[in-house]
Ligand binder design. Structure first.
Ligand code: PLP
Ligand code: TYF
Length: 397
């Protein structure tokens, strides 16, 4: 059965890490995979996480299965972060959720539910995170791209986006990035979000919000605006939530699918499908990451510590954006990279062709994904001049 199977290429984003590690040059820059990195290029375990882990280790009396919906306190904690402390949705009991293996797991479980509900097509703005396609289409959904970001203009093309959204109807799904758009860094403003919600209300399609960088744009409350407004103004909503970035739990595979229904009963019915879908794939989520998050969110002292650390990560990425934009200007690149300072999260797209991206890598040891997406966490005071020189060389040289 295996004899004629041709091997497939690796994940286009994760595959970059190996190329970078194998590059013997000393002056190389990794702007690839989306993980946070501090100024010294490490991705440390957060202190709040370490303390929570120590407490869990001391207390843990069993490795027996966690409940299929996740470890106690995790979904409740995530829902409080996302919907807000005094959320009407939580007060009215209109939400439910399940812990999933990362945001990827939440997207896949959500997609499987949507297929069972015979959803029409899922629409998403282009460009989007490349994993959206396999996560949704391998569950049997149809995915269609609509305009979102104009790379030449370095701006959201909202007229084209909302015109496409205007055509959706009941049974259709709109997948939107919650905050810190991957790969563009270009987020919708509040007026644009309000216009989408007004359209969803009128046209009756279901929004599915992918929130993977909660707290990295402006803060936990600001970044949740889209989810909170949708939950308040619309009858139904799905949210895929990831704790990979904001809790730094990447490898622990920690996330949640959050469900808002018109009533608690309806949300509960969808939750029962989420559990049933999970049973057909992995039965129950890994417990460790969820236990850490629950431990942090159940302790005011640990939560305060975590919020500080998250703010520090957010400030670091913002400072890196400023550093790159300003160094480019100082190095006579004009305002070619000025837009980067005003964008959100870890990523921005550089205005480079695939050939230029390859030249950045081969000639200068600067690694980014093929669509010229850079992770701003990889930019620092020690390498920004090299990055700008390389950019000048491939664009002007
Ligand atoms: N959605 C987007 C846009 C992402 O960039 C990511 C990756 O980090 C995820 C979802 C899911 O991440 P994870 O499965 O690691 O929680
Ligand atoms: O876009 C990124 O770099 C992150 C990390 O299959 C990631 O979202 C990349 C590829 C992948 C899973 C996560």
């Amino acid at each position: 059965m295996f004899a004629d199977v041709k091997p497939l290429p690796p994940d286009p984003i994760l595959g970059l890490s190996k190329l970078f590690v194998d590059d013997p040059r000393e002056r190389k820059i990794d702007l690839g995979v989306g993980v946070f990195r501090a100024a010294d290029n490490t991705t440390p375990v957060l202190k709040a996480v370490k303390i929570a882990e120590q407490r869990l280790l001391e207390r843990q009396a069993t490795k027996a299965y966690a409940p299929p919906a996740g470890v106690p306190g995790f979904v409740e904690g995530a829902a409080r972060l996302v919907f807000g402390e005094d959320s009407p949705v939580l007060r009215d009991g209109r939400s439910a959720g399940v812990q999933t293996p990362g945001g990827c797991g939440a997207l896949r479980v959500g997609a499987e539910i949507l297929r069972r509900l015979e959803a029409g097509t899922v629409y998403v703005g282009a460009p989007t995170w490349p994993n959206h396609a396999p996560l949704l289409t391998e569950a049997g959904l149809k995915l269609e791209m609509i305009p979102y970001y104009d790379a030449q203009a370095r701006a959201i093309e909202f007229d084209g986006f909302i015109a496409a959204v205007e055509k959706l109807g009941p049974g259709d799904v709109l997948l939107v990035h919650g905050a810190c758009h991957n790969p563009t860094g270009a987020d919708l403003d509040r007026a644009q979000i309000d216009a989408i919600i007004e359209t969803a209300d009128r046209r009756g399609f279901l929004p599915f919000v992918d929130l993977a960088y909660h707290g990295f744009a402006a803060g936990l409350d600001d970044d949740a605006y889209i989810v909170r407004e949708m939950a308040r103004r619309l009858p139904e909503l799905l949210v895929s939530y990831s704790c990979s970035k904001n809790f730094g739990l990447y490898r622990e595979r920690t996330g949640a699918l959050l469900i808002v229904g018109e009533t608690g009963e309806r949300a509960g019915a969808i939750q029962s499908h989420a559990l049933n879908v999970a049973r057909g794939m992995y039965s129950m989520p890994p417990a460790h990451g969820g236990s850490i998050v629950a431990e942090i969110l159940q302790s005011p002292e640990l939560e305060a510590k975590w919020r500080d650390e998250l703010a520090h990560m957010r400030d670091t990425v913002k400072a890196n954006r400023r550093l790159l934009a300003r160094t480019a200007a100082e190095m006579q690149l004009g305002d070619a990279l000025a837009y980067i300072e005003g964008q959100n999260g870890m990523f921005s797209l550089l205005p480079l062709s695939e050939k230029q991206v390859l030249a950045m890598r081969e000639k200068h040891g600067v690694y980014m994904t093929g669509n010229a997406r850079i992770n701003l966490c990889g930019v620092n005071a020690g390498n920004v001049a090299h990055l700008c020189e390389a950019y000048r060389d491939v664009t002007q040289g």
